[in-house]
Write a protein that binds this ligand. Structure first.
Ligand code: NAI
Ligand code: MG
Length: 368
């Protein structure tokens, strides 16, 4: 039997509450479908700091490197706000991203029909929306050197950030985009600013060159500012959008708000594929944080975490059918009018974290 190794890092605040609902689904898949998941649970964030004095231990980092996929909850909270820069809860997340070379950040923007009213756009523009923003996560202006503020001696200061991209960094994110598009609707839109940035010129050139290996996928180039406009004008024209770290940060947040609450948004971060085995490091996490304002109350929306698990099924385990079924279960439960507080609307039935998890599990069980 195949074994599938999952490392669970629930973290802080509502992280563990949401993770518990995913654990139910994992047990269900093992029992009903013999999926062979083996889970280990580690500490990250404040939870790890309290035990190890660091936001993730070396031992848990080792587990992270050998797991087939990592499910990450959320980190942080007022208890650790005074921690030093090196020991703040977020440093655990940053270490995972860096040490596992998680360069490809996938942020789907999916609009469930039942929630189309919650969007800031008109229903017909977002109803059924399903696009994927692929953001380069380990390069670009957030990391480029020099990065400094210098005194000019005349009362002026000078701040410098540097946007740097090398061919290999653009190549691997482009490859990821084309491969993802193949499993979807077969279209990639690459966004940069080649009109004013030389990194944009290089980005455009490399993406076009990589495209030669994917003739079955349609490639379109768009300037990132025009892309932002198109995202709110007619978002359904896109399938996969691939872009750099900075533009991806902004465009993915814009796309997120087309679809409603923070409690609904999953993400994945992937490392490079091993040349011989094809295995890649991968971490799946909700976009939201630890939500200290609602943690411990049993009211957090577990859907972002559950949808992150659905992404793990799809991208780490190639369990496409199961991933689709889980997505369908989420849609079904929403359609039935079952809502957590953050997505509550008139006439719907408000439930807590556990009841939402149970309703999705019940629907999923019937499909397995
Ligand atoms: P947040 O995402 O934790 O919360 C923002 C607002 O959205 C809050 O009102 C919260 O109650 C609500 N919310 C978030 N997730 C929800 C869910 N699943 N269901 C219902 N409501 C939900 O961001 P905030 O408040 O800025 O940060 C809180 C802590 O989380 C901080 O310590 C921050 O550093 C950390 N954080 C961690 C992240 C991570 O682990 N990846 C990401 C963002 C923030
Ligand atoms: Mg952001």
């Amino acid at each position: 039997m195949t074994t599938r190794k999952l490392l669970l890092l629930p973290g802080d605040g509502i992280g563990p509450e949401a993770m518990a609902e995913v654990e139910k689904l994992i047990s269900l898949m093992n029992e009903v479908a013999g999926s062979g998941f083996e889970t280990e649970t580690g500490l990250v964030g404040g939870a790890a700091y309290d035990v190890h004095g660091a936001a993730i231990s070396d031992a848990d980092m080792e587990l992270a490197k050998t797991a087939d996929a990592i499910l990450f909850g959320a980190v942080g909270g007022p208890k650790w706000d005074k921690n030093s820069y090196e020991t703040r809860p977020e440093s655990g997340l940053l270490r995972l991203r860096k040490d596992l070379d998680l360069f490809a950040n996938l942020r789907p923007a999916i609009c469930y029909p039942a929630l189309a009213e919650a969007s800031s756009l008109k229903r017909e523009l977002v109803d059924g929306l399903d696009i994927l923003i692929l953001r380069e996560l380990t390069g670009g202006v957030y990391f480029g050197l020099p990065k400094e503020i210098t005194e000019l001696g005349n009362g002026q200061k000078r701040g410098v950030d540097t946007q740097v991209y090398q061919t290999y960094e653009i190549e691997r994110i482009a490859r990821a985009a084309f491969e993802l598009a193949r499993t979807r609707r077969g279209k990639v839109t690459s966004m940069e600013k080649r009109n004013v940035m030389v990194t944009g010129v290089l980005w455009n050139e490399v993406v076009t060159a990589v495209h030669a290996d994917y003739p079955d996928v349609e490639l379109e180039h768009m300037l990132a500012d025009a892309g932002g406009m198109q995202l709110v004008r007619a978002p359904k024209q896109f399938d996969v959008i691939v872009t750099d770290n900075l533009f991806g940060d902004m465009l993915s947040d814009i796309a997120a708000m087309l679809t409603g609450s923070l409690g609904m948004l999953p993400s994945a971060s992937l490392g490079p594929a091993d040349e011989t085995t094809g295995r890649r490091n991968a971490m799946y996490e909700p976009v939201h944080g630890s939500a200290p304002d609602i943690s411990g109350k049993g009211i957090a929306n577990p859907i972002a975490m559950i949808a992150s698990f659905a992404m793990a099924l799809r991208y780490s385990f190639n369990m496409i059918e199961e991933a689709d079924k889980l997505k369908a279960s989420i849609a079904e439960v929403l359609q039935a009018g079952i809502r957590t507080g953050d997505i509550m609307s008139e006439g719907a039935r408000q439930v807590g974290t556990v009841e939402m998890g149970d309703a999705i599990a019940e629907s999923f069980r019937a499909k397995l």
